[in-house]
Write a protein that binds this ligand. Structure first.
Ligand code: FES
Length: 111
């Protein structure tokens, strides 16, 4: 088993409106940080259909998804699962925690 990575502060809790998202870089990896319905999520900023930037797509806090701006595939905010076509594979979901007024992310390597 690989060593668990540390939580890294990526933003202040007031920097992302609810619902909304923000592109952040964590260890040279582009991550879309998402605030929706009072919860926080972090996904790789990569649509598994054809690499579209999820951070440019709309967040739906009712069905807890973010949609790719290129062809509309939706991904589950918590798990990264592809929930609508044309994407079929999950993107990678990362762990998020709040400490004080900071949002921290711990990277996961795989979906
Ligand atoms: S690149 Fe995201 S749906 Fe096609």
């Amino acid at each position: 088993m690989s060593k668990q990575k540390a939580f890294i502060p990526v933003a202040g809790i007031r920097e992302v409106v609810d619902p909304g998202s923000m592109l952040v870089e964590v260890d040279d990896r582009l991550i879309v940080l998402i605030h929706a319905a009072g919860h926080w999520y972090a996904l790789d900023d990569v649509c598994t259909h054809d690499g579209g930037p999820l951070s440019d797509g709309p967040v739906d806090s009712a069905d807890k998804t973010i949609a790719c701006p290129r062809h509309g595939a939706k991904f589950d905010l918590a798990t990264g699962a592809a929930v609508t076509m044309p994407a079929t594979k999950p993107t990678v979901a990362h762990e998020v925690k709040i400490e004080g007024d900071q949002v921290l992310v711990r990277l996961h390597d795989h979906a």
